[in-house]
Ligand binder design. Structure first.
Ligand code: AMP
Length: 218
């Protein structure tokens, strides 16, 4: 299956994409993770992405699209993949459609995880990340065993630079303007699956698996 996970920042799409990927044996492709790694390694891609990511803006389509195009050509993506955080603009969605058409396939389902802004702000400001292994914690619902330290690496947890309150607001505005129109785009193609993302991680996961098994059998 070729899946897209769509939703506002803090909707839990990264967590759910990872869980679904593990369950279905599909690679999770997070453009946010790829770009953050490029910034950490100070590559050309990282240099191009950093100014936008620092302020919560979107990295340019012409920068992101080739990254995804290259990644989905890799061998582990032959049987399918989960795109997490891509596409985020209409231009990216059209670009993706063209790339997949050339490969003789298409997106099978789009999981849209819907949550209120108040939930987003609360979740992102309480989110902490391990700078070494990228593990995510939430100080309210999924705290580390030892305060401030990653369970796996024992490294000090950090607030992501774009999870600061002023950047969260900017990301929400960008999401509404650029990414929300994709809901209609995929709905009109009949492949959008709407999931209420405000509940517990396990319940959201079950709803997604339910929608996917329906999509597979139809
Ligand atoms: P995420 O980890 O998905 O929340 O993404 C973090 C940041 O990376 C976003 O705020 C954007 O600056 C950038 N980014 C990630 N994916 C994309 C994308 N598909 N298009 C443009 N920018 C992106």
């Amino acid at each position: 299956m070729r899946l897209v996970f769509l939703g506002p920042p803090g909707s839990g799409k990264g967590t759910q994409a990872r869980m679904v990927g593990e369950k279905l044996g599909l690679p999770q492709i997070s453009t946010g993770d790829i770009l953050r790694e490029a910034i950490a390694r100070k590559t050309d891609l990282g240099e191009k992405a950093k100014p936008y990511m620092d302020v919560g803006e979107l990295v340019l389509d012409e920068v992101v699209l080739p990254v995804v195009e290259k990644r989905i050509m890799e061998k582990d993506c032959m049987k399918g993949f989960i795109l997490d955080g891509f596409p985020r603009t209409l231009g990216q969605a059209i670009g993706l459609e063209e790339v997949l058409q050339r490969l003789g396939c298409a997106v099978d389902a789009v999981i849209f995880i819907d949550v209120d802004d108040t939930v987003v702000v609360r979740r992102l400001s309480r989110r902490r990340v391990c700078p070494k292994c990228n593990a995510m914690y939430n100080l309210d619902t999924d705290p580390p065993k030892q305060e401030g330290l990653c369970d796996r690496c024992q490294v000090g947890l950090q607030l992501r630079s774009d999870d600061k309150p002023e950047t969260i607001e900017a990301r929400l505005l960008v999401y509404r303007k650029n990414t929300l129109p994709l809901v209609e785009y995929y709905e009109s193609r009949g492949i959008l699956k709407r999931i209420a993302g405000g509940g517990e991680i396990g319940k959201v996961f079950d709803s997604i698996l339910g929608e996917l098994s329906e999509a597979r059998s139809s």
